[in-house]
Every structure is written in structure tokens, then in C-alpha cells.
Design a protein around this ligand. Structure first.
Ligand code: GAR
Length: 216
């Protein structure tokens, strides 16, 4: 690719398997991970980033009096890397309206459900309890509404009768790792835009499910 890779900052709180997938695909040249920031010092994703030679930062939310002062510190640190996109990869913090507005149209998140269904946590358990036949993952732009921003890309997976939350999570993770680098590369190539709280892909407005792919 002849273009300069789009600089992205990735925010994590834990294992960082999505971060790993993003780093693994960055050599395709669409984007480059310029920093990884965690709100938890023991997040394994920090080790993954260091191993790849990517700068890491820890900003512990417990060191701040309230959500806004934490978010302001986070904004400052992210801005110091001048990224074109902020990528949430298992970053388990609710973001303030100030944070979301600062990076409006420039934050992507990945969520383990077919949004708008199953916002929030423990999605695999809830999908199993509800007896769903289909589950999946969504990449969406972040707005002030929790897990409510417009969807870019989804991948579906079947729910099998003998699934546990663990086997279902494994199937979903496989799709997470496949579609997140793809969506980030689309953004990097200028193909994705959030406009009036809807997603435009190659200039065309997408529906509520974004682009939906059949996963494994
Ligand atoms: C992933 O399943 C991601 O979709 C989810 O956290 C996990 C992080 O795993 N995110 C959310 O639930 C956000 N609402 P990872 O640290 O191995 O990438």
C-alpha cells in the first residue's frame, strides 16, 4: 500500500486478543498501532503490545476523583499520539459525553452480540438463557449511548444445542479477530464515516445491522 498507514490508539482493559488481531494485521499497511493504553496495570494486552514494540501507557481510573477527570487525562494521553482513530478493544469503561464528543466519529468499539440485541455484559450467557439460535459480534461507532452507536460490521455464528458460554465465546472470538482488523482497515482507507448517527460505507448509508457477514 502506497499510503501512509493510519495511526490508531487502542484502549484495553484485559487479555487483548482483539489487540493482538489488530497488531497481526497491521503489516498489511492500512493502519499502524501507535500506542496501547490500559486502565488496568495487569492487563495482559500490555505485554502483547510491548512484545510488538508498541508504546504502552497505564492510566488507572481509581487514581481519579471522578469519571470526567479520568476521561480528561485519557484524552490528553491519546491526543499526544495524534491518532486518526481510537479503537476500543475490551476497554471496560463507560465513556463520558465529553470523551465521546472529543473524538466524535473517530471511535470504534467491538461488542460480542448482534447489536442492538444484548447490549451490556455477559452476552454469551444471556443468549444461551434466551434459547437463541443465532449470536455474533458487532463493530460499531461509539456514541454517548452505551453499546448504542451505529453498526459498521457484524458476523453471525450459530448457537449449538450443546454450547456453553465458553464454547460460544470461542466461536464469537474467532469472528471478532477476523472482522475488527477489517473494519479498522476500512476506516483507515476512508471508506467508513459516521454521519448523523448512521454509518456511510463507500458513500452509501448502511442499515441497522451494518454489513452483516455469516461467520463460522
Ligand atoms: C471481547 O469479547 C470484546 O468484544 C468485549 O470484551 C472482550 C475483550 O476481549 N467487549 C465488550 O464487551 C465491550 N462492551 P480481548 O481483551 O481478548 O480483546
Amino acid at each position: 500500500m502506497s499510503q501512509t498507514p493510519c495511526p490508531i490508539v487502542v484502549l484495553i482493559s484485559g487479555n487483548g486478543s482483539n489487540l493482538q488481531a489488530l497488531m497481526d494485521h497491521s503489516d498489511e499497511g492500512a493502519y499502524s498501532v501507535c500506542a496501547v493504553i490500559s486502565n488496568k496495570a495487569d492487563a495482559f494486552g500490555l505485554q502483547r503490545a510491548s512484545k510488538a514494540g508498541i508504546p504502552t501507557r497505564v492510566i488507572d481510573h481509581r487514581d481519579y476523583a471522578d469519571r470526567l477527570s479520568f476521561d480528561q487525562r485519557l484524552i490528553e494521553e491519546i491526543d499526544s499520539f495524534s491518532p486518526k482513530l481510537v479503537v476500543l478493544a475490551g476497554f471496560m469503561r463507560i465513556l463520558s459525553p465529553e470523551f465521546v464528543q472529543h473524538f466524535a466519529g473517530k471511535i470504534l468499539n467491538i461488542h460480542p452480540s448482534l447489536l442492538p440485541a444484548y447490549r451490556g455484559t455477559h452476552t454469551h450467557e444471556r443468549v444461551l438463557e434466551a434459547g437463541e439460535k443465532e449470536h455474533g459480534v458487532s463493530v460499531h461507532f461509539v456514541t454517548e449511548e452505551l453499546d448504542g452507536g451505529p453498526v459498521v460490521l457484524q458476523a453471525t455464528v450459530p448457537v449449538n444445542s450443546d454450547d456453553t458460554a465458553i464454547t460460544l465465546a470461542e466461536r464469537v472470538f474467532k469472528q471478532e479477530h477476523r472482522i475488527y482488523p477489517k473494519a479498522v482497515a476500512w476506516f483507515a482507507a476512508g471508506r467508513l464515516r459516521m454521519n448523523e448517527k448512521a454509518v456511510e460505507f463507500d458513500g452509501k448509508r448502511l442499515g441497522v445491522s451494518g454489513i452483516r457477514e455469516i461467520g463460522a
